[in-house]
Design a protein around this ligand. Structure first.
Ligand code: PLP
Length: 408
């Protein structure tokens, strides 16, 4: 029999979803064990419900959204997105500069497919949301990781970025607020990235899907608002802000000066048309979702569930010997550091696997986010405090006797 292999272009494209930790969790669940999942940024399983008006609008529109829409999206959805862009100061976004997508994920992959030739380089943060690295690779490019510096609250290291730019560098990815660190970048940092992109003639890819999920009275600044003379590709969506990850509803907007990106835009149009369109019922809720720009979701205010869960998880982690952590300001992720000397850790995936097997708690190891050293893990703090408490008690119990290089 012929042996069917995956396509060569998938070689070297890493995506953790199928790794040994996930396989072990699936096996434990299949065996009837309970596993506390702190690994996925998916609000619905943790009793978060979408706003009522979103569900009502979706239901009301089901019958008139049965057909394909224009490939770049329903006009009324794109009008609402254009208004949102104006509110955020993202310059020069016309209706034809907006593409709806089956989540931001589809558009990330599409943008890299349209942009990259073999061996082109894109600067991607480390740690990153790993779809970016995987998408650059899938498109034949080379992701080059710039460091976000834990010692300065996970801000991008501008000097590292500069050092890593070569004649092949075409773009820079900025994930703000950041997954997995929960960092929010101030205007001054964004301005420096814009200045570098201008100097080196780079396209900025801004993943801002967490822009409304900000705490402590902070305000998100869209990087494109600082770059009216540059070409920017901006990503956002409703998976997180409106708790509808399963609807698959995102968008991509082209901002700033498009005069030197005409051919690239032609490539985006081609790929957008090839997939016909994104989920049309999901697009129909965009106008109502984007009606209110300014109200901070009560979940992110003191007393709100996500705010209080962040307070709990941060304090709990701080009290565990051998763990250090920066307090996140946005989204619902925290990225603690382990004392790898103390725990003899040389393989963070093995650590996640050992912890899962012994305590039935599923974390994601830091190297899955393209972090170079095996000394971090990510917690999604969406579960309620009682569940987070169980997880933290388990971690506090597990770590003191854990020593990987001595076989445990
Ligand atoms: N970008 C970032 C930074 C994310 O964390 C995620 C999902 O977790 C996505 C994009 C993809 O979101 P979606 O495809 O649901 O719109």
């Amino acid at each position: 029999m012929k042996n069917f292999k995956k396509a060569d272009r998938l070689c070297g494209v890493a995506y953790d979803i199928r790794g040994p930790v996930m396989q072990q969790a699936a096996k434990m669940i299949a065996d009837g064990q309970e596993v506390l999942k702190l690994n996925l940024g998916n609000p619905a399983p943790f009793d978060f419900r979408a706003p009522k008006e979103i569900i009502e609008t979706l239901k009301a529109n089901l019958e008139n959204t049965e057909g394909y829409s224009a490939s770049n999206g329903l006009q009324e959805a794109r009008e609402a997105i254009a208004r949102y862009c104006r509110h955020k100061g993202i310059p020069n976004v016309r209706l034809q500069d907006i593409y709806t997508g089956n989540g931001v994920s589809e558009l990330i992959i599409m943008s890299m497919q349209a942009f990259l030739n073999h061996d082109d380089e894109v600067l991607v943060p480390a740690p990153d949301y790993p779809l970016w690295t995987a998408s650059v690779k899938l498109a034949g490019g080379n992701p080059v990781h710039y460091v976000c510096d834990e010692n300065s609250d996970w801000m991008p290291d501008l000097e590292d970025m500069r050092r890593k730019i070569t004649p092949r560098t075409k773009g820079i990815v900025v994930i703000n607020p950041n997954n997995p660190t929960g960092a929010l970048y101030p205007k001054e940092v964004l301005q420096q990235i814009v200045d570098l992109a201008r100097e080196k003639n780079l396209v900025i890819f801004a993943d801002e899907i967490y822009d409304r999920l900000v705490m402590d009275g902070e305000k998100h600044v869209a990087i494109a608002s600082l770059a009216p003379d540059l070409f920017t590709v901006n990503f956002n969506g409703l998976s997180k802000s409106h708790l509808i990850a399963g609807f698959r509803c995102g968008w991509m907007c082209l901002g700033g000066d498009k005069s030197y990106a005409k051919d690239f835009i032609g490539g985006l149009d081609l790929l957008s048309t090839m997939r016909l369109c994104s989920n049309v019922p999901a697009q129909s809720v965009i106008p109502i979702a984007l009606q209110d720009f300014d109200t901070v979701d009560p979940l992110f205010l003191p007393g709100g569930r996500i705010y209080e869960q962040r307070e709990y998880i941060y304090q709990a982690l701080c009290s565990i010997l051998g763990i250090q952590v920066k307090k996140p300001k946005a989204a619902f992720y925290i990225f603690p550091k382990m004392d790898i000397q103390k725990f003899g850790i040389v393989d963070d995936e093995q650590f996640a696997l050992d912890f899962l097997k012994e305590k039935n708690v599923l974390l994601t190891h830091g190297t899955a986010f393209n972090w170079a050293t095996p000394d971090h893990f990510r917690i999604v703090y969406l579960p309620k405090v009682e569940e987070l408490k169980t997880a933290m008690e388990n971690l506090a119990d597990f770590l003191p006797t854990y020593h990987q290089s001595q076989g445990r």
